[in-house]
Design a protein around this ligand. Structure first.
Ligand SMILES: [Fe+2]
Ligand SMILES: [Fe+2]
Length: 155
């Protein structure tokens, strides 16, 4: 992911309690893009957002940035599953940030900035959920970079 040892230690320290949680581990079982699991994708987004923050001296709150990034796709269902209603399949892009946010509040009691990171990561698709805090803007950008890498370039 390109983090140096000190950065990787901070990354692991902040996310440890979340990564140890069984519901976060469930994200391993769902597929995000290609062969990438939702957990792997979320870790890629967290690492990319962290690196963007460092590279451009954005000065984010690291915990809000990393927790929001890790949980941005915490919707806990397989959106490729044809057994799900066609409605969920079609609407996934619009609805999953809300579902992920609901789960993150229920399970971890995430704060308001972390909720914004999750709710607004699909902007501009979700027109009215505009990222305003730096942490939310970085995750919104990082998600698009990672989705592109994971689907088009398969890095
Ligand atoms: Fe997403
Ligand atoms: Fe994502």
């Amino acid at each position: 992911m390109g983090l140096n040892q000190k950065q990787q230690e901070e990354f692991n320290r902040i996310l440890k309690e979340y990564l140890d949680h069984p519901d976060v581990r469930k994200m391993k079982d769902y597929c995000a893009h290609g062969k990438i699991s939702v957990l792997e994708h979320s870790l890629n987004v967290a690492g990319t957002a962290y690196l963007l923050d460092q590279r451009f001296h954005v000065g984010s709150n690291k915990k809000d940035l990393l927790v929001g990034a890790l949980l941005h796709d915490f919707y806990l269902y397989d959106w490729h599953d044809a057994r799900l209603s066609i409605n969920i399949f079609q609407m996934h892009g619009y609805t999953h940030p809300g579902k992920a946010c609901e789960n993150a509040v229920k399970i971890f009691g995430v704060n308001e900035i972390q909720q914004e990171v999750i709710r607004c990561h699909m902007w501009p698709l979700t027109l009215r959920s505009v990222p305003r805090h730096r942490e939310a803007i970085l995750v919104c950008i990082a998600d698009k970079i990672c989705a592109l890498k994971e689907t088009v370039f398969r890095w």
